[in-house]
Design a protein around this ligand. Structure first.
Ligand SMILES: Cc1cc2nc3c(=O)[nH]c(=O)nc-3n(C[C@H](O)[C@H](O)[C@H](O)COP(=O)(O)OP(=O)(O)OC[C@H]3O[C@@H](n4cnc5c(N)ncnc54)[C@H](O)[C@@H]3O)c2cc1C
Length: 432
């Protein structure tokens, strides 16, 4: 039986266990969900109001959610979609999103330096790369758009990609700077351990309900409750389960595998290539990393499964990871895989996040598709600015973004999502 074990978390070392929140607690603010968004919101609120009591609450062990389970790209430049950039409004919105993402990367860089957080951070940017010539148009569009936006980006032909990556699989690529690569579970652990002293963290405490009462807001918990003047809900893919945004966002289950460190023989096969991160121009193509600690990561599945990934399904997906690795590195077989896991991202149809005060004192923040490392960090910070009435041009940027588009009700949506993903999987077949 395969265990759903996130390799990044297993390698990040012991995390201090936190207690469950019990009995009645009274606070200035309660933040629900302790991923990148909740951590950033808690830090910012506590810094701006050092006298306040800030509660940060997670349903599971902190550091076990998507924020620890991702591929570790701190994205600065969103992949530019063709249709989105056809209009002046689309272009402006793309630029706004990139300003926010850049601010998210800068904020992470600042925190990592300030607290000396070990998280294998590398300012290497990323490479969008394709194997199939049918995807080259997208890459030409990427590089042209990046350069038009002033992003440091260049095309890489097949030979330089082989030299740079240690595999001849990719035939055209676009290298862009501004973003970073990192070990996500180490980063979450470091951010958690260095929160301001007036943040109290609780884990294994699933919030069951968020209700308006005479005393502000009340959170119902399995063994207690919280009364708070303000609440930030930062549960990402779990918004609908708490009764929020079910007609705007939906979960998408991804799976990934991480190898053991490469052997000396394998290192020579890839010519001791320095670490890299590859993104696909196809949304369901493979994301790959050669990590700083000399392992290879692959994430090449994405599916609409609101109930999550079972162990049997994860075993199937692991086979797809091995096949994807073998296409790129002939020397790898199943025995090289040390960890396989699943995680859930929060998708909106138009790729716009949830960022709003949905009722006086109740704030919702999340839903970044697969770009939540930097975006969650900045949006989480800004949602606390919104809660405390602290204006800035970045906050205006966040508020100016379009809202997530409506999705049809279930079961129509289930059929539509499965059909669309089937189409995207087929389009990405040669890049998986
Ligand atoms: C395999 C994979 C690869 C990815 N790769 C990348 C990448 O390379 N770069 C990138 O930027 N993004 C990537 N992502 C997406 C990224 O991980 C997310 O966008 C990001 O984690 C969102 O952060 P968040 O804090 O908003 O939400 P999450 O990290 O999902 O945190 C939400 C938290 O809320 C908690 N919660 C849920 N319900 C409740 C409740 N009722 N009560 C209390 N707590 C609750 C959860 O336990 C969880 O800890 C990837 C995701 C996956 C799964």
């Amino acid at each position: 039986m395969i265990t759903d074990c996130c390799g990044w978390s297993a390698l990040a070392g012991e995390t201090r266990q936190l207690s469950e929140l019990r009995q009645l607690q009274v606070a200035d603010i309660a933040i629900v969900g302790a991923g990148f968004t909740g951590l950033a919101a808690a830090r910012r609120y506590a810094e701006l109001r050092p006298e306040s009591r800030v509660l940060l609450i997670d349903a599971k062990s902190i550091g076990q959610g998507a924020s620890a389970r991702n591929s570790g790209f701190a994205v600065a430049n969103e992949s530019p979609g063709h249709s989105q950039l056809q209009t002046a409004q689309g272009l402006a919105s793309y630029q706004t999103m990139n300003r926010l993402d850049h601010a998210g990367v800068s904020e992470l860089r600042r925190l990592i330096e300030a607290h000396d957080l070990p998280c294998q951070w590398e300012d290497t940017g990323s490479i969008h790369a394709a194997h199939d010539p049918r995807n080259f148009d997208k890459l030409h569009h990427h590089v042209a758009t990046f350069q038009k936006m002033g992003v440091d980006a260049r095309l890489l032909e097949a030979d330089s990609l082989r030299d740079r990556l240690g595999t001849g699989f990719y035939k055209l690529g676009v290298e862009s700077r501004g973003g970073a690569l990192l070990q996500p579970a180490m980063l979450v652990k470091g951010l958690l351990e260095n929160l301001p002293p007036n943040v109290e963290c609780f884990e294994n405490t699933p919030v069951q309900c968020v209700d308006r009462t005479n005393n502000g807001w009340t959170l119902s918990l399995p063994n207690g409750s919280v009364q708070a003047d303000q609440v930030i809900v930062a549960v990402n893919a779990f918004f609908p389960r708490l009764g929020f945004k079910s007609m705007r966002v939906f979960p998408l289950a991804l799976t990934a595998s991480l190898t053991r460190p490469l052997t000396a023989q394998e290192e020579s096969e890839i010519n001791h290539a320095p670490s890299w991160g590859i993104l696909s121009p196809q949304s369901l193509g493979a994301t790959m990393r050669l990590t700083k600690d000399r392992r290879i990561l692959i994430r090449n599945t994405g599916e609409y499964r609101p109930s999550g990934i079972s162990p049997a399904l994860l075993a199937e997906r692991k086979k797809q990871h091995v096949a994807g690795l073998k296409r790129r590195f002939k020397f790898i077989d199943e025995s090289a895989i040390a960890y396989s896991w699943s995680g859930t991202i929060c998708i909106s149809r138009n790729s716009k996040p949830v960022f709003e005060e949905s009722a006086p004192g109740l704030f919702l923040c999340g839903g970044y598709n697969a770009s939540g490392v930097s975006r969650g960090t900045i949006m989480g910070r800004l949602v606390s600015d919104l809660a405390l009435g602290k204006p800035s041009s970045l906050l205006n940027d966040a508020l100016s973004l379009k809202k997530p588009n409506l999705i049809p009700p279930r079961p129509f949506f289930d059929l539509m999502a499965k059909g669309k993903l089937h189409f995207e999987r087929s389009a990405a077949l040669t890049e998986r």
